[in-house]
Write a protein that binds this ligand. Structure first.
Ligand SMILES: *Cc1c(COP(=O)(O)O)cnc(C)c1O
Length: 217
């Protein structure tokens, strides 16, 4: 089933849109099957879980971190992942930059946007993104590569469209200006219920779990 689900999704994606399989809570066998079916990005929310999968499977795909990143876990995250999609404060970025410097690597990161300005949710407020980007020149060991958003929980997928549109507007605004130290190219939005809408609104990474692996147990 996993293979068929992935083939179906890959066929639907327009050129230039990448599929990230969201693998939280999935078994090593399931993740292996996803990579074998042609998924090129594996995205996990949990460091320990990802470490176990990477140890078992190796770098069968690029590994993206999509969970909430705590400052005291930055060292581990910097060592494990190929991209961190959930940078939600400048302080976190500074800690990560320092750690990547120690490791001698440059880490691609996305800035997470709290697109509905929900108080309980992680992410930069939409109005904070530009001031973050304006200070990015000092983060020599990060490659600030775009934006990621979850969007609010909605019953009707169509209700999320304005939030995706707002994040795309911020993405385009920043793209139109010449900030230092940016490699501005990725817009990660859309999950199983909403990825088609996200693509219509400009996403080029979609993060899909349930539609690949089935309902989480
Ligand atoms: C779980 C998760 C997804 C995928 O969600 P599905 O609804 O299972 O497709 C995408 N992004 C993040 C950050 C997630 O935690």
């Amino acid at each position: 089933m996993i293979k068929e689900n992935i083939e179906k999704i890959l066929k639907e994606l327009p050129p230039g849109v990448e599929l990230a399989a969201a693998v939280k809570g999935r078994s090593i066998a399931e993740v292996k099957e996803a990579a074998a079916a042609g998924v090129t990005i594996l995205a996990d929310n949990y460091l320990q879980e990802a470490a176990e999968k990477i140890e078992a499977l190796g770098r069968v795909a690029r590994w993206h971190f999509i969970g909430h990143l705590q400052k005291n876990k930055v060292q581990k995250a910097a060592a494990l992942f190929d991209m961190l999609e959930t940078i939600d404060s400048f302080e976190l970025a500074q800690v990560l930059d320092k750690e990547c410097g120690r490791l001698g690597k440059v880490m691609p990161v996305l800035l997470e946007v709290n697109s509905a300005d929900e108080p309980q949710k992680a992410g930069l407020e939409p109005a904070e993104v530009e001031s973050f980007v304006g200070r990015a020149g000092s983060l020599a060991h990060l490659k600030i590569s775009g934006l990621m958003t979850m969007g609010p929980l909605v019953d009707n997928p169509e209700a999320i469209r304005p939030f995706f549109r707002k994040v795309k507007e911020i993405f385009d605004l920043i793209k139109s200006k010449a900030y230092d130290n940016l490699d501005w190219r990725y817009l990660s939005m859309g999950m199983s219920d909403t990825y088609k809408i996200a693509i219509e609104e400009g996403a080029n990474i979609v993060r899909i779990g349930t539609a690949i692996f089935g309902i989480r147990r």
